[in-house]
Design a protein around this ligand. Sequence first.
Ligand code: NAI
Length: 328
Amino acid sequence: TQAPVNVTVTGAAGQIGYALLFRIASGQLLGQDTPVKLRLLEIPQAVKAAEGTALELEDGAFPLLSGIDIFDDAKQAFAGVNVALLVGARPRTKGMERGDLLEANGGIFKPQGEAINAGAADDVKVLVVGNPANTNALIAQSHAPDVPADRFTAMTRLDHNRAVAQLAKKLGVAVADVKKLTIWGNHSATQYPDIFHAEVGGKNAAEAVGDQSWIADEFIPRVAKRGAEIIEARGASSAASAANAAIDHVYDWVNGTAEGDWVSMGIPSDGSYGVPEGLISSFPVTTKDGKYEIVQGLDIDAFSRERIDASVRELSEERDAVKQLGLV
Ligand code: NAI
């Protein structure tokens, strides 16, 4: 059997952590042939809660879980890490300006980037879930100069999955029939869920919908504001669906996308589709052998161009703001 893969999860005692850890332990992150060793990182006040979760993980008697270690120090938590899930972040609280939010998160993602640089395994893959995910990923990446930049990714898979589900519902088809949907840009309200290249049962999805105003006035805002809808209904932010998306993101990155389909990932831009190089922006990607590639050659019409540009502009502004704060 294979040696265990070291999976570090930050924010392990949080609500996404609670939904995520059991699925990692059951083999859903990497596959049923791969044993995992969990390394949990929390702030000192939450270590005890993380220890409680570790007791429950033990009680799961998961055959693929070969150990759990808990840390309140990033250098230790990321030593030897193969897959890093950066979930813990500083949420925006009342009266907090955007600059304060970015600065508080800089205080988390800069040292974590440094710790990944210092101790990660050569094959490390990083997924940033904690918001603002794209810019937090950029901060961590810029403090890990010895790690290839493309190993730092941000999660837009929840948006992707939400969009797939809404489209399937509209057309009365199974989610598995929806292919090639794309989330472009930032994981924020400016994100652009694009169905103009998507396919449903082999036919173009936008044509199958045949209703531009549904796309512009219902579908796009519904997907972009789904997080708020969940908070309103549940009294808490999305957790299990976010954990599910993190599982999907890493599983597909490691195991490859299906022929004839693609997924959305926030990744460092190489300049494709006019997105400034280096911004961590969501693109359509295919994956194979643990590497991803941006899907090239898609026609972007004026409707899509305007929306992609607006979201990318927001990412540029976030990058400028963290530059000014000396965080990248
Ligand atoms: P939560 O507040 O329940 O848990 C966050 C945990 O992170 C807490 O236990 C806290 O102690 C820990 N933490 C804070 N600073 C840390 C540090 N420096 N090192 C290690 N741990 C630290 O939050 P929840 O609901 O689990 O969400 C986590 C993040 O994920 C939030 O930033 C949220 O906005 C984001 N999110 C992102 C989504 C996406 O699609 N990209 C979707 C849903 C949530």
